[in-house]
Design a protein around this ligand. Structure first.
Ligand code: ZN
Length: 337
């Protein structure tokens, strides 16, 4: 039995037909976790869908109305890049409910993983890039409304920038700390070499601090400012990626003390991803997860995980990368409990 919960439902499946987004990945992750003995049936928690009131904590009433009545315009549907249906709306409401549940469970156990979610390209008034509803933002706003947390930090390691997150939690002030900063490092590895043309830039948030590590030359074209954006050049490999992540986490946690970390563990920085241009290995991605979990655990900050994107040539690779996130959580949180 794991000392934390995995939030999952068969109804996470996105009814989008033949699509680059492997909608069946959630069920395959669950099956693999059970088949390999990483998790047991009792580790899984079935979520309730978010309520409309929850969704409205983040999204505009006009947009929610269009989704519920099937009245999106053709352009709005095109921008979402997934075909609208009532069933799809239900799947997104459920994903948001799953992230709310995972956030609550994280506060109780130190960590919880939603085997879904991470739809970081959803904006208050429209959907984009396979994302209709921003489940992570809904979870943060719901827990704030319930007085369970005051502040949160998003750590977005999907290969694509978290544009919806950045807009929803837009900051107002320029960072007082020079970036990139070496400073106290949680890893012993050297800081990213200056030969790397990546760069870190930042603005302060108010109650939610947003960190995004992403490939610069990739969707979205317009990258609204996160609290910290790490714009990575094409082809970054494990060692440099981990050094950038370590620096971003150290810098963020020097500036901000969150009550909850929301980690978006995208599988698409993988070297064989069809929609990504970074060069991380399966092992490097697991080290990435371990780094986030160790930092959170060392500071006693609960961490809620969502899975976001993953478009490997071979879907089994995407499934393995996501399962490794649970393994990493197990290693960090069981060993030291
Ligand atoms: Zn992505």
């Amino acid at each position: 039995m794991l000392p934390f919960k995995l939030v999952y439902s068969d109804a996470y499946y996105l009814p989008i037909g033949e699509h680059v987004f492997p909608a069946e990945k959630y069920r395959r992750i669950r099956d693999r976790l059970l088949a390999t003995g990483i998790a047991e049936v009792g580790d899984f928690l079935e979520p309730e869908p978010a309520t409309d009131l929850d969704i409205l904590l983040v999204h505009k009433p006009e947009y929610v109305h269009k989704l519920k009545t099937g009245t999106l315009g053709p352009r709005e549907e095109m921008e979402m890049e997934i075909p609208y249906s009532r069933d799809l709306v239900e799947a997104f409401w459920l994903a948001a409910g799953g992230s709310i549940a995972a956030a609550r469970e994280a506060l109780a156990d130190g960590i919880s993983v939603n085997i879904g979610g991470g739809f970081h390209h959803a904006f208050p008034d429209h959907g984009e890039g396979f994302c209709m509803i921003h489940d992570v933002a809904v979870a943060i706003r719901r827990l704030q409304r319930d007085d369970k947390i005051r502040t949160a930090m998003t750590v977005d390691c999907d290969v694509h920038q978290g544009n919806g997150t950045a807009v929803i939690f837009a900051g107002t002030q320029t960072a007082s700390e020079p970036l990139p900063s070496a400073g106290a490092s949680t890893r012993s590895s050297s800081p990213p070499s200056s030969a790397l043309r990546g760069r870190m830039r930042g603005v302060h948030a108010r109650d939610v601090f947003t960190i995004s590590l992403h490939q610069h030359n990739n969707y979205p074209m317009w990258k609204p400012p996160s609290s910290i954006d790490v714009d990575l050049p094409d082809g970054v490999e494990d060692h440099d990626y981990l050094a950038w992540l370590d620096n971003a986490l150290s810098s963020g946690l020097r500036q901000f003390e969150p009550d909850l970390i929301c980690y978006l563990a995208g599988a698409d920085p993988y070297k064989e991803d069809q929609l990504g241009g970074l060069s991380l290995t399966v092992e490097g991605l697991k080290q990435r997860d371990e780094l986030v979990f160790r930092v959170a655990r060392a500071r006693n900050i609960p961490v809620m995980v969502t899975f976001a994107g993953g478009y490997a040539q071979n879907v089994e690779d995407t499934v393995a990368i996501h399962c490794n996130t649970v393994v990493a959580a197990k290693e960090v949180f069981v060993a030291e409990k």
